[in-house]
Design a protein around this ligand. Structure first.
Ligand code: GCW
Length: 741
């Protein structure tokens, strides 16, 4: 048992101390042991978030009875490290949820049971045809007859499939669902977390403490967290992890670090998780002592080949590289007048014999290029369509700018039909209130996945690009920038765990609804109590729109504080890069506000299919949630509500604040219904969120009012400070900032 909670050591030692004693002392001892047991029990029950959504607790008696009538015991047909993980998890979960009577069976013949295994087992091989249509990691859960007994089987065609099936089976029990026949198959192949973790253990844009990779003590000291990290990921189908920051450090590729990487890869392997690294493009110079990193230079190619061969001696199933090149100061092929395809293909060629892949990021822009920043990735990558080797995926952020509370979908989705495209979401909340704000990202992820690109007929959702169905790609995946750190509860905010969870669930199946995912998460993490489930899910579902409203309503974007992105900063101007300032994006003046990206402006809309262009190009038909993203709009323009743009903006900011106040009062109503510590923690964070939502509303409205020169409409609260005050606030130690190298 690796979870700290379950170590029985303190109790044992206290009993030893009290041996050889008188009767009176015996009574005392008994009382004390009871007392200690009570404390321990309370500690076991206390929920500090470490267990994530794998928190098993007794099911309500009637639910447990129903399951017990169908399950008398369980059996695992395979013998492998992965089967042992399944066994551990079942032993951890079932006695707690169903009681000790539901135990592992010595043979699968005796009674009504659940059989876990693969179709390699003779007992389950008859199900091979049913699994044939599923992806390798898929599984079925099915009621069938085993040795004459009505039983349940949880079967994959691989050990990994069995593992995912077992976790799903436990999910069904934990959420109180009826057992029924299920077939499940992942819609994408590489379901990958990107850790922006540095070798000094800082985490770029990380808000949950330091990196969980203890590089200094690896490979000799293995933190129990590594196992729990792997369990958590396996339980939601995540099968890949990029250990290091995309702002890369070449040292990770040296033997000293590769031993450490190997230690992690060895732990993760039976959980079905492959390890990947970030490749610093200039590594041949920095650690290879070559004069150049030109991808077309023979010596450079040889160096990478040898380096990659070496990596595979440490990690035989190494997944490959994620690369950020020629972006925000990172070196890349363009330093040598080569293209992104030249750079990616050089690495892909060397990885190919080992079945490794390259995830090459399209997050590129340059302030020396006098073109709207949101157009630059498309401009650079679209012409390279078809030029990447088959084991390259181009990794594209969900929107064309940078993980804003709301962005339209990235125009590269659908416009590179001959290239495998990997979407990148940011689970960590860089622009979303850090780990202080309750911001459930399920609806944000889903909005991108559901967006219609119109590139191939009237129904061409981004999800069709992502799962390969639209252009018939075999290489598919979904990447998420992790929000994980050394905080006891992993993600900082207790509810931020739900974003990690939702990412995994949607990477597995983008057809799931954010509400159903939220509900699963609440039931498994907080409580099955119907009031808790409905209240917390409504809070979660309201949280995204609330944040859009109090931060960047109506299509505003990138008006956060400079560099750290904490809090409001619509006044940010005069910085070394125009495209890192707020005024570049909102363009407020006495006439109106918004970035004109229509035909009469930067024409970013030309990068979308004609149907999208048509809707968005006209301010009358452009959905209001994107209005100021695509248009510079007069302050007194009439909106659909009949209000002026200015009044509407005020109303949205107020609405954002009001929703957070509502979220807080809803949460308060759950006092006594969920674990007290978690309740208090979230309650305090919601108080900060409310304070910060007001700060956003006050400062943004004061700032924009300078241009609109219009009064606040009724119902919108006035600021209690001056604009100068808000502008004067400085946060030199805001967390998550990128280190200055
Ligand atoms: O949003 C920006 C972040 C950078 C990050 C970059 C990227 C890792 O502010 O911190 O760098 O995106 O995605 O590469």
């Amino acid at each position: 048992m690796r979870n700290y909670f379950h170590y029985p050591v303190p109790l044992k030692s206290s009993i030893i101390v009290f041996s050889r004693v008188s009767n009176h002392q015996k009574q005392l001892r008994f009382a004390l042991v009871c007392f200690l047991l009570t404390i321990l029990h309370v500690n076991c029950e206390a929920h500090d978030g470490y267990d994530l959504w794998l928190r098993y607790s007794p099911l309500p008696a009637s639910t447990a009875d129903t399951y017990r009538s169908a399950i008398k015991g369980w059996f695992i047909t395979s013998q492998s490290p992965t089967a042992n993980i399944v066994r551990d998890e079942l032993n951890r979960a079932l006695p707690v949820m169903l009681g000790n009577r539901v135990a592992e069976l010595r043979s699968p013949t005796t009674q009504q049971q659940v059989v876990f295994g693969t179709t390699q087992s003779p007992l389950l091989s008859g199900l091979a045809s049913e699994l044939a249509g599923l992806a390798a990691d898929g599984f079925i859960i099915k009621s069938t007859t085993v040795y004459g007994k009505r039983s349940w089987v949880v079967v994959g065609s691989t050990e990994q499939g069995m593992l995912y099936g077992a976790f799903h089976f436990l999910r069904l029990l934990r959420t109180g669902n009826n057992l029924s026949d299920i077939k499940s198959s992942p819609r994408t192949k590489v379901r990958v977390l990107n850790h922006w973790d540095n070798l000094d253990r800082t985490v770029e844009r990380g808000y949950a403490g330091f990196s969980i990779w203890d590089w200094h003590k690896l490979p000799d000291y293995i933190d129990p967290r590594y196992y729990d990290y792997a369990r958590a990921n396996a339980s939601i189908g995540i099968n890949a992890t990029v250990l290091t920051n995309v702002n890369a450090n070449a040292l990770i590729l040296t033997p000293q670090y590769l031993q450490k990487v190997k230690a992690l890869a060895d732990i993760f392997r039976p959980y079905g998780i492959k390890v990947y690294l970030t490749a610093r493009f200039s590594a041949p110079i920095e650690i290879g002592k070559l004069p150049t990193a030109d991808p077309l230079d023979e010596k450079v190619q040889q160096w990478w080949r040898a380096k990659i061969d070496e990596i595979y001696t440490y990690v035989p199933d190494f997944g490959g590289f994620t690369v950020k090149a020629n972006s925000e100061g990172q070196p890349g092929p363009q330093n040598y007048e080569r293209t992104h395809a030249d750079g990616a293909n050089m690495l892909a060629q060397a990885l190919k014999p080992h079945n490794g892949i390259v995830m090459w990021r399209a997050f590129v822009y340059d302030n020396k290029v006098p073109v709207d920043r949101t157009k630059q990735a498309y401009n650079e990558f679209k012409p390279l369509d078809g030029k990447f080797l088959p084991n390259v995926m181009v990794q594209v952020k969900n929107g064309p700018l940078d993980f804003q509370p709301r962005e339209p979908f990235h125009p590269l989705f659908g416009s590179m039909p001959s290239t495998a495209i990997l979407p990148e979401f940011q689970i960590t909340q860089e622009y979303l209130g850090f780990a202080t704000h309750l911001f459930y990202q399920g609806p944000l992820f889903k909005e991108t996945l559901d967006a219609n690109t119109f590139v191939k007929g009237n129904s061409s959702p981004v999800s069709g690009v992502v799962d390969g169905s639209l252009f018939n790609h075999q290489m598919t995946g979904m990447a998420g920038v992790a929000n994980i750190g050394t905080d006891r509860n992993w993600c900082g905010h207790p509810v931020a765990q739900a974003n990690w969870y939702a990412f995994g669930r949607l990477a597995w199946d983008h057809q799931l609804s954010p509400l159903s995912i939220a509900e699963e998460w609440v039931r498994m993490t907080l409580s099955n109590d119907p009031q808790v489930v409905s209240t917390v899910t409504s809070i979660m579902m309201a949280s995204r729109e609330a944040a859009v409203n109090y931060m960047t309503p109506l299509g505003l974007h990138h008006i956060m504080g400079w560099d750290h992105h904490y809090g409001p900063g619509p006044w940010i101007s005069n910085k070394p890069r125009a495209d890192w300032t707020a005024v570049y994006y909102h363009r407020a003046d006495s006439l109106g506000v918004g970035f004109n990206r229509s035909q009469s402006g930067s024409n970013a809309l030309e990068q979308y299919a004609p149907q999208v262009r048509e809707i968005f190009n006209n301010p009358e038909t452009c959905p209001e949630q994107y209005l100021l993203w695509f248009h510079h709009v007069a302050w007194n323009k009439r909106m659909k509500s009949g209000r002026t743009l200015w009044d509407e903006m005020c109303y949205h900011y107020q609405q954002g604040v009001d929703t957070v106040a509502w979220m807080k009062s809803q949460w308060e109503s759950l006092s006594g219904k969920i674990d007290a510590d978690t309740h208090a923690h979230v309650s305090k964070l919601l108080a900060i969120q409310l304070k910060e939502a007001r700060w956003w509303r006050n400062s943004c409205l004061l700032y924009f009012q300078q241009f609109s020169r219009m009064p606040l409409p009724s119902g919108v609260e006035a600021a209690d400070q001056t604009l100068e005050y808000y502008e004067s606030l400085q946060f030199p130690y805001a967390p998550g900032i990128r280190p200055k190298w």
